[in-house]
Design a protein around this ligand. Structure first.
Ligand code: PLP
Length: 389
């Protein structure tokens, strides 16, 4: 009751007041001129965010729906794809591709480690008939950032489509898809975009469209060429979540008013804050080397009950964070810093973690974790974050 609720989860994420207020407006009709105008404006802003000259198609579904649309729209049963499987969402690519009847070659990567370029090149050499590589930019279950840029430099020279799940990366760290040579980039509304769940966005490269145009739709609902044709008229194939599109226009305005470089710099600095703060609390990172800019995953000391820690943080401090999935359940903590969060939210998160550790009898913070974290944040704000490799 006394605490302000703080949603530090890797989706859904907190919403800016500006976005909430525009979404409270009355409905407009999705086939009428006001909506067409809005779609045209949103389209222009989305192309800047995705770094593409191609249309960025809104789909009325969660992020997994866009993953499904990508697999069904780009590949036909019997084709072979390489999947980077280093966490829960990598596994999801395998499951979606298998259900589509694709032959899946998995590169299994230890949870917490990023795939290497050499591993992907070796898989491509061993399977010259592979038609695609399916991977995450940011593997949200582990907090790893995979080297999509480097892999795109390899796939763009071959007849292989690179499909990147950017659900916890778009709006968080750079991924200019045309410049990098990514063939399909997709995301969902509830992670980096400061929106409620329910809307997915997907863009294809020119060569991916050439392939997609040859693939017969496998179901009625997901039809990328049909969506593209509608998008050109400021429309969507089916009734779109109009309020989310209105909210998207506003959140993209916020991004573009600040400038994407500033947005990424803030995300990088928040990451430094969370990493330095948790390190000062004696927590080891799950992703020590290549880590995402939207969440920080740390291992809990042996004997600490992760569920209890999360409960203390939520009940006593109003801070909602995430635990681990599958074999990491109860063993790791994931602090989300995506969406409408700032340094003060992460400081609150660190305090809640410290309190949870104390309750669980595992508080070892020898240094002032808040001061250490904030010093790292301030230092990070002074330098351009650069782009991921
Ligand atoms: C959240 C997430 C998903 C799943 O998205 P839904 O919107 O829950 O379907 C898939 N991939 C990544 C990387 C995610 O972070």
């Amino acid at each position: 009751m006394l605490n302000k609720p703080r949603l530090l989860t890797p989706g859904p994420t907190p919403l800016p007041e500006r976005v909430r207020l525009v979404m409270a407006q009355d409905m407009i009709h999705h086939r009428k001129p006001a909506f067409k105008k809005l779609m045209g404006e949103v389209q222009e802003k989305l192309r800047i965010l995705f770094g593409t000259s191609q249309p960025v198609l809104p789909l009325a579904c969660s992020g997994s729906g866009a993953m499904t649309a990508a697999v069904h729209g780009l590949f036909v049963p019997g084709e072979k794809v390489i999947v980077v499987e280093g966490g829960k969402f990598g596994q999801r690519w395998r499951e979606i591709a298998s259900l589509r009847g694709l032959e899946v070659v998995s590169i299994v990567v230890e949870w917490g480690r990023a795939v290497s370029l050499a591993e992907v090149e070796a898989a491509l050499d061993a399977h010259p008939d592979a038609k695609g590589v399916l991977m995450q930019l940011s593997e949200t279950s582990t907090g790893v950032l995979h080297p999509v840029r480097g892999i795109a430099a390899v796939t763009r020279k071959r007849d292989v489509l690179l499909v990147a799940d950017g659900i916890s990366a778009v709006g968080i760290s750079p991924c200019p898809m045309d410049e990098w040579g990514v063939d399909c980039l997709l995301t969902g509304s509830q992670k980096g975009l400061m929106l409620p769940p329910g809307l997915a966005l997907i863009a294809l490269s020119e060569r991916a469209w050439r392939k997609a145009d040859t693939v017969a739709p496998s179901c009625f609902y997901f039809n990328l060429p049909g969506e593209r044709a509608n998008c050109e008229k400021g429309q969507t194939l089916f009734t779109t979540p109009v309020s989310l599109i209105v909210g998207l226009g506003e959140s993209l305005d916020m991004f573009l008013e600040a400038g994407l470089e500033t947005v990424y710099r803030k995300q990088w600095a928040l990451t430094m804050l969370a990493r330095a703060g948790t390190a000062a609390l004696g927590l080891a990172p799950l992703a020590p080397e290549r880590f995402t800019w939207g969440l920080t995953s740390v291992m809990l000391p042996a004997g600490v009950d992760g569920t209890r820690l999360l409960q203390v943080a939520a009940d006593n401090h109003g801070v909602v964070m995430a635990g681990g999935q599958d074999h990491l359940k109860g063993r790791i903590l994931r602090i989300g810093h995506m969406g409408w969060v700032d340094w003060a939210d992460i400081v609150a998160g660190l305090h809640a973690v410290a309190s949870g550790l104390r309750t669980c009898g595992a508080y070892v913070g020898a240094r002032d974790y808040i001061e250490t974290g904030l010093a790292a944040y301030e230092a990070a704000l002074q330098v351009a974050p650069g782009t991921p490799v």
